[in-house]
Ligand binder design. Sequence first.
Ligand SMILES: C[S@@+](CC[C@H](N)C(=O)[O-])C[C@H]1O[C@@H](n2cnc3c(N)ncnc32)[C@H](O)[C@@H]1O
Length: 206
Amino acid sequence: MIHKKIKDWEDNVGPELMKTIGIKDTSIVMDLGCGFAHYAIASKNVVGPTGKVVAIDSNKRVLGLVKNRFQDENIKGIELKVTPIETLTEEDFKPIDFILLYDLLHGNEFNRYEFLCKIRNWIKSDCIVSILPFHLSNFRDREGKKKKYTLKKIIEEMNMLDYDFIDSFDQVGIHFEKYHSPHIMQKGELTFEELEVGTILNFKRK
Ligand SMILES: C[S@@+](CC[C@H](N)C(=O)[O-])C[C@H]1O[C@@H](n2cnc3c(N)ncnc32)[C@H](O)[C@@H]1O
């Protein structure tokens, strides 16, 4: 059953993946636009007592569901914040070792250019900004127009925004969105293996 497979991913495959991409037991991780927090949970299963995971999303309803799930399943160690990520301050970013921007950059709900430029000056020099892009055909350019992107174009854009490309991890990130689609869930036919996979790109500020 897919729910069991998702939980298994969060507890086993996900943590191994988060270690592979560079999260350590001492890492302070910020999952921006965390959605249902699958990546925050996987990260939480890597960090030890001196590490920390903060998961942030502007969607109150989704974070309410996440909070209930944490209570029901006694999932501890993740600080949840309901706020647009644009409201975060320099203080919030100062201690962060690892930022997850997963399945978020394509949207026009926030201005990634402005946001990435702003946090570029706030983050530590060794902080990893990790991107997992999906919906590459629906990316927006600076003017908000839809534009087809490629991983190469994302790397070039990050370079322009003053971030160095560090590493890529091919086809290992899961696109969880479909799993939460009411339509797909009602049909009840989705398997874990049918979820799309994508490449994770890691950057550091120049
Ligand atoms: C497609 S989901 C991805 C969820 C998660 N990162 C994942 O990969 O499973 C995008 C999430 O980003 C959130 N989001 C979009 N714009 C945001 C913003 N400006 N501030 C905070 N959250 C935002 C949405 O509410 C949504 O939950």
